[in-house]
Design a protein around this ligand. Structure first.
Ligand SMILES: *[C@@H]1O[C@H](CO)[C@@H](O)[C@H](O)[C@H]1NC(C)=O
Ligand SMILES: *[C@@H]1O[C@H](CO)[C@@H](O)[C@H](O)[C@H]1NC(C)=O
Length: 483
């Protein structure tokens, strides 16, 4: 269920301008000390000795893994002196002999990071940041208590965030099976929700102020605002928390928060909204969550998905694997049938693209998502392709250099210099991996792809193209005789 979960979780922050992969690689290979290297031969044995160990499943070719490596190492060195120590490990999940391990842990993408507790008895997903300080902070929170006690009105004010789902256990005494099970659940779900416990129901902002039997009160900023629950076996508790913390429909407003489960619940129902809510009711708990955006407040989201105002109302399904399914100018009555088609696998993913430009006669050619196939993948040319974003300063600096490079190949029909605005066009995931701007790739006429990581000077880039170009024996007098 988790893998098909549809969350409207926006990825603006994943693209940073410019990057320094090469220096990261260099530092990661030499000083690997604190991160333990595990493989199929010693994985279980090492894990069984740790109360708390974090394992990264990586692949040597994965760019995100390379970027993570120095940060992970730094975090490992800081956490090695934590009391009790927190161990960080890695497994090359791409190696043939470790594929069994990768399968066991459901590794489908890289890096996949798992937290293993009690010698591997408890396995959780790592859902924290990917830079050293963030990793340390996140893991410190993971080894600390899973639930905090509310003893005073001040605690209640500090520990209850009224914009988040907060799960509070209310107990006559802080002991017993119910309390233990609550803590087991808190530990299990601590990265998704805030857990609190108290003996004083009167300190809570909502719900009955006196409670005589152990009760879990889930406070949430939408729908019915709080729900009490009194069954204490761990599975029932878990199902209760997961089910009741997904809003029927989530409103996307000006402040998209990283907390996927909430934002504000919309007020003032009208026909469209309530129809949508009906549909949402049908699919609740089936791996879909719903988002409703008000036009005025959703500009950033529309831009992110590449949707124009006159294409609304729109229904969007965003899968956690990055695929998008979009139904533009949707009629209210089409929502349910379209969703059924989607669930049945009949809807094709949506690819964001700018229009293919009518004229494309600058030295550096413009490639958009919809022309990537024709102009690049099927072109049989030698192509230097820049992935850029209009706002990226390093890209602007590089532009005149690329122009000069392009001009120098102007009479060479088998070489093309092109640019792709990756902030306004989707890059099909099986083509180029782009993690920062600008990213330069060279793709030879036979389809060999090499990242350009050299200096960004005209001379170096031209040399690189000359070195990697292919298929020139068939080229004859380019271009001119067409005139
Ligand atoms: C596990 O085994 C691999 C391969 O033999 C070795 O490189 C690695 O250091 C071992 N890890 C530990 C923590 O013993
Ligand atoms: C880039 O330039 C610097 C100094 O200008 C030089 O030391 C370095 O070797 C160059 N790198 C490449 C990949 O050519």
């Amino acid at each position: 269920m988790a893998s098909s979960y549809t969350l409207f979780f926006f990825f603006f922050f994943m693209f940073f301008c410019d990057f320094a992969i090469s220096s990261h690689i260099a530092s990661a290979t030499e000083e690997d000390e604190y991160v333990l290297t595990l493989d199929h031969s010693n994985f279980s044995q090492v894990v069984s000795k740790h109360k708390f160990i974090v394992v990264e499943f990586y692949a040597p070719w994965c760019g995100h893994c390379k970027n993570l490596a120095p940060e992970y190492e730094k975090a490992a060195s800081v956490l090695s002196s934590h009391d009790p120590p927190v161990a960080l490990a890695k497994v090359d999940a791409n190696a043939e002999e470790n594929k069994g391990l990768a399968e066991q842990f459901g590794v489908k993408s890289f890096p996949t990071i798992k937290i293993l507790k009690n010698g591997g008895e408890v396995v959780q997903d790592y859902k924290g940041p990917r830079e050293a300080d963030g990793i340390v902070q996140y893991l410190n929170k993971q080894v600390g208590p899973a639930s905090f006690e509310i003893k005073t009105p001040e605690d209640a004010a500090n520990l209850i965030n009224d914009k988040k789902v907060v799960v509070v256990g209310i107990f006559p005494a802080l002991s017993g099976e119910e309390f233990d099970n609550f803590n087991i659940l808190a530990d299990k779900l601590r990265s998704d929700y805030d857990f609190r416990h108290t003996t004083k129901a009167e300190l809570l902002p909502r719900g009955k102020s006196s409670v005589t039997t152990p009760t879990v009160r889930l406070l949430k900023p939408f729908d019915e605002l709080f729900i009490d629950f009194q069954k204490f076996d761990v599975d029932a508790l878990e199902k209760f928390v997961e089910d009741s913390s997904i809003p029927l429909v989530t409103l996307f407003d000006q402040s998209p928060t990283n907390q996927p489960f909430l934002v504000k619940y919309f007020e003032s129902p009208n026909a469209k909204k309530s129809k949508y809510t009906d549909v949402a009711g049908v699919y609740k708990g089936k791996g879909l969550s719903f988002l409703l955006g008000d036009l005025k407040d959703s500009q950033a989201a529309l831009e992110f998905f590449g949707i124009k105002e006159d294409q609304t109302p729109v229904v969007i399904v965003q899968k956690t694997n990055g695929l998008k399914f979009i139904n533009l100018n949707v009629e209210v009555d089409q929502i349910a049938p379209w969703l059924k088609d989607y669930m049945d696998g009949k809807v094709k993913p949506f690819i964001k693209s700018e229009p293919i430009p009518e004229t494309n006669d600058e030295p550096v050619k413009v490639v958009v998502a919809n022309s990537l196939g024709d102009m690049v993948l099927d072109s049989k040319k030698n192509i230097l392709l820049e992935f850029y974003a209009p706002w990226c300063g390093h890209c602007k600096k590089l532009a005149p250099t690329l122009d000069e490079v392009a001009v120098s190949f102007e009479n060479d029909a088998s070489v093309m210099v092109a640019k792709f605005d990756a902030s306004n066009n989707d890059i099909p995931s099986d083509t180029f991996e782009v993690q920062g701007y600008p990213t330069l790739y060279f793709r030879s006429s036979s389809g060999k792809v090499v990242p350009y990581e050299g200096n960004r000077t005209k001379e170096d880039i031209i040399d690189f193209i000359q070195k990697h170009r292919e298929g020139d024996e068939t080229t004859t007098e380019p271009g001119k005789d067409e005139l």
